[in-house]
Design a protein around this ligand. Structure first.
Ligand code: UFG
Length: 336
C-alpha cells in the first residue's frame, strides 16, 4: 500500500513515516519545509533503509497535488500538514485558516478526482475546548475552542463529517492527539522547534541543556493535585503507531468515519514532568512559578478505551521513556 504523508518531515509526520516504512508501507512525502528540515528525509532513509519519494511544496498547490497523484499510485493519505502554534494562530488567523483548512479542501478535491478515499486526519484534543469532565470521551461535546488553531481543526473535522455524509464510500479516521512528546529512541528524529518553544517539553529540554535559564511554570493555583496544569502526555512513537493501526482499520473494514482519542488515559502535572525529567536524566531544571497562561485549562486527559477496543491501540511507553528520549534527541543533535 502506498501512502501519501503530507507534512511527513514534521515532528509527528516523521515518526509516522518511520513506522509506516518499518511495517512495509510505501511512503510518498509532501512537505513545504516551513516547520521542518530536509535533513529529516536523509535521517528517515538511514533509519529505515527504505526508499521514500519526496515532493517539496504546499498542499494548497493543486497542480502539484495532481502531479503527485498522477505520478504515484496513492492508496491512502495521512494528513499532518498544518501550522500548530496556538499563540501565533491568534495573531494570524487568516494564515491559519488558509493553511489548515483551505489546503484540506484542495487535498479532498484531488483525492476525489483520483478516487483515493482513505484518509487519516491529524486532529487534536484542543477540539474539546475546556472539557466539563475528564477523562474525555470521543462522544463528549466539541467546540468553544479558544484559538484559531483549535477552531481550524474543528472546522476540518466538520468538513470531513459532511463529506462522509455526502459519500459513504470514503474511509476516514480522525485522530485527536493529546500531548505528544519524546523522540525516536535512536535520537535521529525528534522535535526541534525554531526559536523559543511554546510547549512544555521542548522548553524543559532547552533549560536542561543550558540554552534557556529557567522554566516558567504557568500557574500553581489550578484545582489539580499540585496546582499546576495536568495533561495526557503520549510518546510520539506510540502516537505514530496509532496512525498505522487506524490506517489498517480503514484497509480492513472500510467505509466509515471513525474518531479516536490518542492518549494514554493518564494525566501528569507540570511539576510531575519536571521531576521525572530531572530524575531520569540526572539534570537540574530550575523553574519559577508565574501567572497562568491565558487560554490554558486545568486538566485534559483522554478516555483511551475506544482506541484500545477498536484499534488495539495502547501506549507502551511511559513518562520516563518520554523524558529520556526527548533529552537524548537534543543531546545527540547538539554534539554534531
Ligand atoms: N506550561 C508551562 N510552561 C511552559 C509551557 C507550558 O507551565 O513554558 C504548562 C501549560 O500551562 C500546561 C502544560 O504545561 O499546563 C502543557 O502545555 P503545552 O503548551 O505543552 O501544551 P497544551 O496542553 O497547552 O497544548 C498542547 C498543544 C496544542 C494542542 C493541545 C491539545 O500545544 O497544539 O495540547 O490539547 F492543541
Amino acid at each position: 500500500m502506498k501512502v501519501l504523508v503530507t507534512g511527513g518531515l514534521g515532528y509527528i509526520g516523521s515518526h509516522t513515516c518511520c513506522e509506516l516504512l518499518d511495517q512495509g508501507y510505501e511512503v510518498v512525502i509532501l512537505d513545504d519545509l516551513s516547520n521542518s528540515s530536509i535533513d529529516v528525509l536523509d535521517k528517515l532513509r538511514k533509519l529505515t533503509h527504505k526508499e521514500i519519494s519526496f515532493y517539496q511544496g504546499n498542499m494548497i498547490d493543486e497542480e502539484l497535488l495532481e502531479h503527485i497523484f498522477q505520478e504515484e499510485k496513492i492508496d491512502a493519505v495521512i494528513d499532518f500538514a498544518a501550522y500548530k502554534a496556538v499563540g501565533e494562530s491568534v495573531s494570524k488567523p487568516i494564515l491559519y485558516y488558509t493553511n489548515n483548512v483551505s489546503t484540506v479542501l484542495v487535498l479532498l478535491k484531488v483525492m476525489t478526482k483520483y478516487e483515493v478515499k482513505k484518509l487519516v486526519f491529524s486532529s487534536s484534543a484542543t477540539v474539546y475546548g475546556d472539557p466539563k469532565t475528564v477523562p474525555i470521551k470521543e462522544s463528549d461535546p466539541v467546540g468553544n475552542t479558544t484559538n484559531p488553531y483549535g477552531t481550524s481543526k474543528l472546522f476540518v473535522e466538520q468538513i470531513l463529517k459532511d463529506l462522509y455524509r455526502s459519500d459513504s464510500s470514503w474511509d476516514i479516521a480522525i485522530l485527536r492527539y493529546f500531548n505528544p512528546i519524546g523522540a525516536h529512541p535512536s535520537g535521529m528524529i525528534g522535535e526541534n522547534p525554531k526559536g523559543i518553544p511554546a510547549n512544555l517539553m521542548p522548553y524543559i529540554v532547552k533549560v536542561a541543556s543550558g540554552e534557556l535559564p529557567c522554566l516558567s511554570v504557568f500557574g500553581n493555583d489550578y484545582d489539580t493535585k499540585d496546582g499546576t496544569g495536568v495533561r495526557d502526555y503520549i510518546h510520539v512513537v506510540d502516537l505514530a503507531k496509532g496512525h498505522i493501526q487506524a490506517l489498517s482499520k480503514l484497509e480492513k473494514e472500510g467505509q466509515g468515519l471513525y474518531i479516536y482519542n490518542l492518549g494514554t488515559g493518564v494525566g501528569y502535572s507540570v511539576l510531575d514532568l519536571v521531576s521525572t525529567f530531572e530524575k531520569v536524566n540526572h539534570v537540574h531544571v530550575p523553574y519559577q512559578i508565574v501567572e497562568r497562561r491565558p487560554g490554558d485549562i486545568a486538566e485534559c486527559f483522554a478516555d483511551a478505551t475506544k482506541a484500545k477496543e477498536e484499534l488495539g491501540f495502547e501506549a507502551a511507553l511511559g513518562i520516563e521513556d518520554m523524558c529520556r528520549d526527548a533529552y537524548h534527541f537534543v543531546l545527540k543533535n547538539q554534539e554534531k
